[in-house]
Write a protein that binds this ligand. Sequence first.
Ligand code: ADP
Ligand code: MG
Length: 586
Amino acid sequence: MGSINVLPDILASQVAAGEVVERPASVIKELVENSIDAGARRITVEFQRGGTRMMRVTDDGSGMDRSDALLCLERHATSKIRQSADLAAITTMGFRGEALPSIASVSRFQLSTRRREDDSGTLVTVTGGKVHDVQECGDAPGTRIEVADLFFNVPARRKFLRGEQTEAANIIQQIEFLAVAHPEIAFTCLRDGREVFRLAATGDLSVRLRDLHGEEFLGKLAPVDSFESHGIGVRGWVAKPGEGRSDRTLQMTFVNGRIIRSPVLSLPLREACDGVLAKGLHPPAVLFFDMDPSAVDCNVHPAKREVRFRDPSTIRTVALQAARSAWGNASPSRQFTPGVGSDPLFPPIISSEWKPADLHSQQELSVHEVESARLGESPASSSHDLSPTGNDGLALSSRFLGQLAGRYLLFEDQESLLLLEVRAARERILYERFLARLTIGEIESQRLLLPEVLTVSAADAAWIEAHADVLHQAGLSAESFGQGSVKVDAVPADAADLPVMEIVVRLVDELRTEGTSSALDQGTREVLASSVSRLAATGGRVPAGEEGARILLRDLLACNLPYATPKGRPTLSQLSPGDLARRFSA
Ligand code: ADP
Ligand code: MG
């Protein structure tokens, strides 16, 4: 007899209803978490076409007998929880017993599994939720689950998927998080048949971090000497003073081994950096918080991404202590000079600004021009012709050379080397478009298929409530949803690729920092446009081919003020033949 129990109805309804399967990455997360729960030592994840064509997770864990292999496909069948008291003390990754049936109901699904002690295993084939074949099979001990053609029978959901690149990036990030949480497990990831990474099992988390993100990343981190405060254990790393990133993808925070992204954890990290890190930057961190399972409710989000802390203010205090304690162990890795550059992790290679060769010198944008840029207007007295025609000529005459460091596009223009910084360029383009639409009252919003309920601090919830109209203008429709949570129905269309939590946290952070009023005046619109464009430019990748590169350059040069972001960061840089000659002179 197997070990899976079917949850009684009452308990099943205590487990909030909801969908687990949003996108390929959420499928991978559920499958890998199941493998971890099954005691796997080695997990292999393969996927094709961003997971939309195929995903396969293979583990060497406990496996299941024939009856469990069938039972696990029934809703609320779980081996991990039997009565509602267990809900208060969950230590396994999964507990809702709804992942496998949900996934199997929207895909062509195959489960093959074998316990070490059994002579043969079981292969179950399910199509769109219907079990249509059960066979014996002779696979190695462990479990392999293959999910093909996700959402093949739910065209509306399929349409909701992002491009393959985005879905693939989400999958890889998801596996990275799980791999950081479990260095003792070997992970292999194959994308379209090609190896993305192969991580050996290790007892040393810093080895895992180095394998994933490189020696250099490790060098930027200061260790937190494990400590305990208010009954909460903390260990990990926080970036050295002055090290920052403009997004939070390298902020990995775990609560009881589960990856949890919450402003309750990220805001104190940011707060700790006030004065040493420029606005808009966030310290990378890898932090593990261990606390009594009853101090955190992980049953507020169907995909278990959000939690509700019983005592968020204590957790905030502890997170702040953690950052400060790390810095007791570290000397700043470089001097921070406010206003210089905007991303200390990526100092610009070249500082001389792009000067259009055939136009008047435009070495530096004047304050007035930057201000005009913020308004999305041409400078009142334009000394240089930046008309689309003139710029188009430039774009057409330049030759695309290639891309560099996943960040720059290189062009050759009249013997000069032209460098375009992709993110800054996108920011400028999106800013002008967004502001233009906003000015005519057009809101570009992407409705979520399922509203998301996020846990935020009470202060954030109150701010969101007071600024609902302003946020709505930005395309974010969010409403306070009782005690420290907000319900989000729609997000800015330009930023729709990003996780909802990130959109909300960054927009609210940024708008609040700017002192946004609740009135919808021009100043507010500019702040909105600037915030949304910065947010939206985060996720963008460097265009793959020449065509994409040219389009970006053309769109940039079609802007009113193409040479800097609304915040004044350069978008283009030029090395003239003179500059080059100087670099190579004795
Ligand atoms: P949950 O993880 O919430 O219990 P799932 O639907 O994800 O629910 O899985 C249902 C059950 O199937 C699990 O409780 C577990 O007993 C079994 N199971 C799923 N995946 C595996 C696996 N890779 N190895 C062994 N057992 C598994
Ligand atoms: Mg599970």
